[in-house]
Write a protein that binds this ligand. Structure first.
Ligand SMILES: Nc1ncnc2c1ncn2[C@@H]1O[C@H](COP(=O)(O)OP(=O)(O)OP(=O)(O)O)[C@@H](O)[C@H]1O
Ligand SMILES: [Mg+2]
Length: 464
């Protein structure tokens, strides 16, 4: 399913995509079946069939009808989206159209190929890195279908093209993206930097800046407006004197003239900032996002390991990084980046979603969302998504949601996705120019990871 056919007439041909298959049902076929069953089962002696009627009727009974959607017209070797005509039933010739040939009838989107798998059983399939550039991509499917696997292939592909990426890594599985299965390094290994917030990733107040901090205070720490205003004044005073540290902030709050409620609110947030362990006054320990770019002049991946971190700290780190990235991009201090966000609903506030796909994309943050819960992403957002990699979903409500949300017609998505075997995905959208393609994703030469811990396997290993 998902294969392409072409109904060719002398001057033009209609491109069709198979989305479902069923038995041919013609008037009277049931009666025919019933008659044959009775004949073969009960009437001894009727064995000769001189005109071989049974074979013909078996053939007819086994005939399948392929349900197709028209996808466009090829004329003079060029594909256009026209589907406003019907090929002749008698004079047109229906043949298989290989994805390679289909793509050959369109000018390429780019030259920086990222190989991801095969199509039509044997031919290699790549998407151009340009198809992710400036775009929003979603990878979704049920658990263990191969989503992270594909995300890692895209990430390695981007590294090979010397691009910059930031990964919000929930299961601590992206750190090894530069390595081969046997543990040896690829060219990309040195470009991958794994950081653990609170451990080797700590920020100084000064580099984070007022804007990020006040965003954090008002959104993540729900600081009321009045206290926030006082906080901003204290901050600015310290900043003007070039004395912005956690220590000076504490004493400034002590000495600040304000009412006790406000002071309490200021202290409460101050203590949260200190105790979360994300900030430091130490020059050597602090992390400046710009260093990531200057230390990796040929592209790189910053893997933010969110595994063992409290939900609160996750949100804070993600917000700090995003607002810093946007600030740097706004001032054109860093090149555009790709963002890989696994299960983003676990650490991304509601308001950030739209921000990511509109404002942040505009500045140069191009997100790849990876999730096994398609309903965690709002319908509004799906409509803005450029590329969707869809793995299998068997659950009806997930299917309904995803078929409505994607750019292709609901019939195709529903029928194809329901029957997709593991490691195969349906690619929709810009990268394939809205001609949905079923891709069998390649294995990836990287250490196995992201696997769920298993009780029995582990006890066996201990025993052995
Ligand atoms: N195309 C593939 N070829 C070979 N192995 C694959 C392929 N896709 C996935 N795998 C393997 O299958 C397992 C599950 O894949 P992966 O971790 O990518 O799934 P997932 O969809 O991210 O699952 P989860 O929802 O649990 O995060 C992994 O061990 C991965 O290495
Ligand atoms: Mg995964």
């Amino acid at each position: 399913m998902g294969d392409y056919l072409v109904a060719a007439e002398p001057h033009r041909s209609l491109v069709l995509q198979v989305y479902d298959e069923r038995y041919l049902d013609i008037e009277g076929i049931e009666e025919e079946i019933a008659r044959e069953e009775i004949l073969s089962a009960s009437v001894a002696g009727v064995t000769s069939d001189p005109t071989e009627l049974t074979t013909i009727s078996t053939l007819i009974r086994d005939m399948r009808i392929l349900l197709c959607k028209a996808r466009g017209t090829i004329s003079r070797g060029k594909l256009t989206p026209r589907i406003d005509w019907m090929p002749s039933r008698t004079n047109s010739k229906v043949t298989r159209l290989l994805v390679d040939d289909l793509r050959g009838s369109l000018p390429p989107l780019g030259l920086r190929d990222i190989k991801i798998g095969t199509v039509d059983n044997e031919s290699q399939f790549s998407i151009p890195a340009e198809a992710l550039d400036g775009r929003i991509t979603v990878i979704t499917g049920r658990k263990e279908s191969g989503k992270s696997h594909l995300a890692k292939m895209l990430l390695r592909g981007l590294l090979a093209q010397r691009a910059y990426s930031i990964v919000f890594d929930l299961n601590d599985e992206y750190g090894a993206v530069g390595q081969r299965k046997d543990g040896s390094s690829t060219d990309a290994s040195a470009m991958v930097r794994v950081m653990r917030p609170g451990r080797d990733m700590k920020f100084s107040l000064a580099t984070i800046g007022l804007r990020s901090i006040s965003n954090l205070l008002s959104h993540s720490l729900e600081m009321p407006g009045t206290s926030l205003r006082e906080f901003v004044k204290i901050w600015e005073q310290l900043d003007n004197r070039d004395e912005l540290t956690l220590a000076t902030l504490e004493s400034a709050i002590h000495q600040w003239r304000c009412n006790e409620f406000v002071r309490d609110a200021l202290f409460a947030r101050y203590h949260t900032l200190v105790s979360c362990g994300l900030f430091t006054d130490s020059e050597e320990k602090q992390f400046d996002l710009r260093d990531f770019f200057t230390l990796n002049p040929d592209g790189g991946a910053l893997v933010v390991s969110l595994g063992g971190i409290s939900p609160m700290n996750r949100r804070m780190v993600v917000e700090l990084i995003l607002s810093k990235v946007v600030e740097l991009l706004e001032h054109r201090k860093v090149p555009p980046i790709f963002l890989f966000a696994e299960e983003a609903h676990l650490y991304l506030r509601e308001t950030y979603w739209e921000d990511l796909i509109t404002r942040m994309r505009h500045f140069g943050v191009f997100t790849v969302f990876v999730t096994n819960q398609p309903d965690a992403i709002d319908q509004k957002i799906y409509r803005q998504v450029d590329n969707i990699f869809l793995y299998n979903f068997s659950n009806d409500s997930d299917l309904a949601l995803i078929s409505q949300a994607s750019t292709a017609d609901a019939d195709t998505v529903r029928a194809i996705v329901r029957t997709l075997p593991p490691r195969m995905c349906l690619l929709l959208g810009y990268a394939v120019r809205n001609l949905p393609v079923v891709v069998s994703v390649d294995p990836f030469d990287s250490p196995a990871s992201g696997t769920t811990r298993r009780f029995f396997e582990e006890t066996e290993q201990v025993a052995a």
